[in-house]
Ligand binder design. Sequence first.
Ligand code: KG4
Ligand code: ZN
Length: 350
Amino acid sequence: MIILSIDTSCDDTCIAILEIKKKKIKVLSNIVSSQVDIHKKYGGVYPSLAKREHEKNLVPVLKQTLQKAHNKKKFKKPDLIAVTIGPGLDPCLWVGLNFAKSLSLVWNIPLIPVNHIEGHILANFLLKTSLNFQKLLPAICLIVSGGHTQLILIKKIGNYKIIGETRDDAAGECFDKTARILGLAYPGGPSIAQEAEQFSISDSQISIKLPRPMIYSKDYDFSFSGLKTAVLYDYKKRSKKIRTSQKYISAMAKEIQQTIIDVLIKKTIKATKDYKIKNIMLGGGVIANKELQRQFKEKIKKEIPNSLLLIPDSNLCTDNAAMIGIAGYLNKNKASKDAQKIKVNSNLRI
Ligand code: KG4
Ligand code: ZN
């Protein structure tokens, strides 16, 4: 079976082709056309511009995806199309959905609507080639992206329960907003990670201690908006000479990154212990952070050594369509009788 999948939920135009053969899954191509240079000057995603770029990009990205997947071999019509219908930016989602509807109509193949967050969860299954995914469940999954920070209990594929989530900003949003305060480029996560790497012990002359919001609360919720305010206060109280210095920026970047890492790890381990679950899955753009991955592995080994930690490859943590393809395949029984009636839902919940 060949699955063509599409995601235009935010500022990346993503199309992938997956092949399922003899109970094995293979990503034949996974193309992401990033709009980051366009949105950089606004310090965030500008929805009407993102929509226009998706409209321009979808056909060339489809061409590139098909070429890569078939590698000069004869074109094979897909058996199924999977498309993200939410959550995300409403105008962007509609562009992807309408493109998918046209292909489904012309090729006369089923169209499966996919929840973007389920895609981030199921990206973990692309680590394995075998389709025997149920053996990785139950699991606790931490999804951390630009719009979401959620802890999800997964009993079975399709059976998800949000046990905790952010009460205000998402962790990725916090990276993006604090990077902007420091004058760093969008997206803020990779910029802060890069600055944090520049930190050296001599920079510790600049002492910065940010609060760890809700780290000891009894629930599994998060809150990141206070962290952004704390960064702004610290920044404003420094002289211009200090706050624009490399030493200050790298010390602050390191502290922001460490604060977010501390809270995410603490709550995930607490949920894993409280629910007596063995497997932990991570997903979403923030999980691409290498320091976060290193500390997750270290803490889990120390505190819950019998656990299995799954982390998708970095290009499968950030937005991509391969994750939508696997989610579409696992939801193939949900094919709508009338694909043309499918609608987007920008606030779709898991
Ligand atoms: O999942 P994603 O690609 O898109 C959404 O669905 O939102 O996540 C994007 C978020 C952005 O906030 C970005 O700053 C963050 O992921 N991000 C990172 C890193 N790479 C991307 N945050 C921290 N470290 C990174 N290396
Ligand atoms: Zn995402």
